[in-house]
Design a protein around this ligand. Structure first.
Ligand SMILES: Nc1nc2c(ncn2[C@@H]2O[C@H](COP(=O)(O)OP(=O)(O)OP(=O)(O)O)[C@@H](O)[C@H]2O)c(=O)[nH]1
Ligand SMILES: [Mg+2]
Length: 299
């Protein structure tokens, strides 16, 4: 299956939801007027674009319709797509190696699974990868990451439960240097005894990286459950208040019709989406492609 086919399949529920509703609106109107625009506005809100983001989209759309004297309903649709694209469009800076990626996010968001998939993506690019099992809070965490390391065919640095996570990262850096690895990906705990502990732990890991591997480029990715809706935005705010987040990994989009929410994330958090998860398999993670996204949810 091609890249775009896979994306379209993964976004099928969202596509069905959004495309059906929007197409129904566009089919119901022959003239571009306020009634059409009101219907569109309502539909976007229903499709989880979020109130603030919907307002922004509609304001732009109204402006362009007026400025460019748009008279055809079909042209409104194309404009709408362009505006959505502009909202999510972002180009990440070109990657440099060695690179260390810190994966953060609440329990069950899909951190471990996404790490396996990201490792696989890098391997396919010919990069050598090592995983660091720095979620030492839960006994099963290292075992789960080991399963993904095996699937992706990459080595893993791990210790027992309760071991200092920063020490795991320290050793992973050591090993990466010794073996000339290009990418280290660190799993972290989603929950601790309390939030303060978790944030302290992330801070400590971060300082170890600063001290031991200043020459590596760094990327902190926040994993969010795509089915969590507004709650995921709340979590993202909490995390980004304590750690600098470079990008979002939005998982489980295959399980939701609420993919319109991607537009809201960028708009409300100011953090770009880096990867999207569209299934449980190794190949079911894609670098987020703004144009592909828009084309995959609207005909
Ligand atoms: N359908 C679907 N399921 C996913 C996706 N990503 C992750 N999952 C599932 O979500 C569940 C939780 O994933 P994990 O990777 O274990 O999540 P985690 O954040 O590491 O969880 P903790 O280690 O418990 O904090 C698993 O059952 C995964 O298979 C996705 O893109 N699509
Ligand atoms: Mg995990």
């Amino acid at each position: 299956m091609g890249f775009f086919e896979k994306l379209k399949n993964g976004m099928a529920k969202t596509r069905k939801n959004i495309a059906e509703k929007l197409n129904a609106v566009f089919a119901a109107f022959v003239r571009v007027d306020d009634d059409l625009l009101d219907e569109l506005e309502e539909t976007l809100i229903l499709c989880d674009f979020g109130v603030g983001t919907t307002e922004k989209i509609m304001e732009r759309l109204r402006q362009e319709i007026k400025l460019e004297r748009i008279k055809e309903v079909d042209d409104v649709k194309e404009r709408l797509k362009d505006i959505m694209f502009e909202l999510v469009d972002f180009e990440f800076p070109e990657e440099t190696f060695p690179k260390i990626i810190l994966i953060v996010g609440v329990n069950g968001a899909g951190k471990t699974t996404s790490i396996g998939k990201i490792a696989h993506l890098y391997k396919e690019q010919g990069k050598s990868v090592v995983l660091a099992a720095a979620d030492t809070f839960r006994a099963a965490a290292a075992e789960q990451l080991t399963i993904w390391a095996d699937r992706a065919g990459v080595p893993i640095i791990k210790y027992g439960e309760g071991h200092d996570p920063a020490a795991v990262v320290y050793d992973a850096i050591d090993s990466a240097k010794a073996h000339g690895r290009d990418v280290i990906i660190c799993d972290t705990a989603g929950r601790m005894h309390n939030k303060k502990n978790l944030m302290n732990e992330l801070g400590k890991i971060s300082r170890v990286i600063d001290r031991e591997y200043p020459e590596a480029s760094r990327e902190t990715l926040l994993v969010l459950d795509g089915t969590a809706g507004q709650n995921a935005i709340f979590q993202a705010r909490e995390f980004s208040n304590t750690v600098h987040v470079d990008g979002i990994v939005l998982t489980k989009l295959d399980g939701t019709a609420k993919g319109g929410f991607i537009c809201a994330i960028r708009e409300e958090l100011g953090i770009p989406v880096r990867y999207i998860g569209v299934g449980e398999g190794m190949d079911d993670l894609q670098p987020f492609d703004p144009r592909g996204f828009v084309d995959s949810i609207i005909d």
